[in-house]
Design a protein around this ligand. Sequence first.
Ligand code: HEM
Length: 488
Amino acid sequence: MFRRRRPNEPPLDKGVIPWLGYALDFRDNSAQFLQKMQKKHGDIFTAQIGGYYFTFLMDPLSFGSVVKEARFKMGFEEFAHELVARVFGYHNISGDHKHLQTSSTKYLMGDGLLVMTQAMMENLQNLMLYSVGSRQGTNIWQQDGLFHFSYNIVFRAGYLSLFGNESAKQAGSTEKAKEMDRLHSEELFNEFRKYDRLFPRLAYAVLPPKDKLEAERLKRHFWNKLSVKNCKNKDNISGWISDQQKFRDENGMPEHMQDRFMFVLLWASQGNTGPSSFWLLVYLMKDPEAMMAVKEEIDNVIKSSGQVVKPGGPLLNLTRDMLLKTPVLDSAVEESLRLTAAPVLIRAVPEDMNLKMADGRSYAIRKGDRVALFPYVAVQMDPEVHHEPHVFKYNRFLNADGTKKVDFYKNGKRVKYFSMPWGAGSTICPGRFFAVNELKQFVFLMFTYFEFELLNPEEEIPPIDETRWGFGSMQPTHDITFRYRPRL
Ligand code: HEM
């Protein structure tokens, strides 16, 4: 209450409500709140939010001094453990964050990614090609919400690829096991969406009692469904999941706590990619030139792999190698993430320290405070860095010679962190290569196997739901209807 700004500290704004400070403004619309504060105080300021003092750094040229500062690492872990305990009921053991990183490098990148790409392909094909009946020779138009459709398919395929398939032996046959995969992943998705809707208010600890009970019920549902015991009966469990279980088991973690961790992993791995696949598709569908460029690239990649996808023929074998030959699609993916992925990066300050800005200014930051970056406002929407930042330009991240564009400037200086959908530094999303792969596989299959269009081509892209800023991929306020039918 008595805190005053000291010499060399950033501008301090405590708000008018004691202790709470700006908690409500931040919760209701973090982006708008930060834009207002940036206008009032400039590119660094300290705001009181729910009893904590957060120093927001809004100058992207200075992001390196937060992202690369080793002293923030410990602070982040403490903060993350607290949040995970509150929202998921999971209590960590020593070394488990480090192990998650090592295991993610092994199973979600490099050679591990080859295995995951194959698994994802098989699961996507099981869900997408079966559900439209293309194998049954029908080609009638079907209608769905594009957000629901994309999230549903990408969530379920991602979940099955990581957590494993029904055992063919127990099911009696491979076909029966595939059918069971389709049914139970659908059920899991429906329950997940209920939790997903409660999530922002759960994270801010503002759920009314009835919803709190529902969140508790859902958590238990997932602990049970994803339990180590149930996992043991699955086929094709990914190394990522089995390695996490093995590590915790060997380090004496009780089984019920391991079950809880499985839900943390489901959340981290499936909460963002589905919504992102929706934004990618909807932006492409509203931009005929982008649509054509991506379609042409996909057709060429398939053609040069020597495959012909035709009715009754073999399914498309989309390899990791093929997915590496798509600069246009890569740029479209990056652009849609720039527009719709909006994490807040928070670091706890372990000791009094100085934060150096790119222009030479230096600010004193107090022990116990938090430092935060919100790249969405600070850089992804900065018109100086990204011309017409609200417009989807599928080739924004493409040079004229077809290589990836990485040169973006502010005040004549090169901006290293020009878009940060994955966070950065020691906590950067370890699933990012797998996630981009998933998005591209989904788009490849949509373009290869289906005709699809918005039911009303004039309908605007739905706006972003402003209550979810800070949690990763944003979601739309409402769905948009589209129709699709098999090409083959
Ligand atoms: C479009 C999809 C995705 C987006 C936008 C996304 C974004 C993020 C962000 C912003 C963070 C926090 C970074 C930070 O605080 O600095 C994160 C963490 C994480 N993500 Fe992702 N992610 C996506 C997909 C995935 C997938 C598919 C997986 C796994 C298969 C995954 C696994 C994780 C894990 C385990 C963490 C925690 C890392 C840690 O604590 O060090 N993510 N993700």
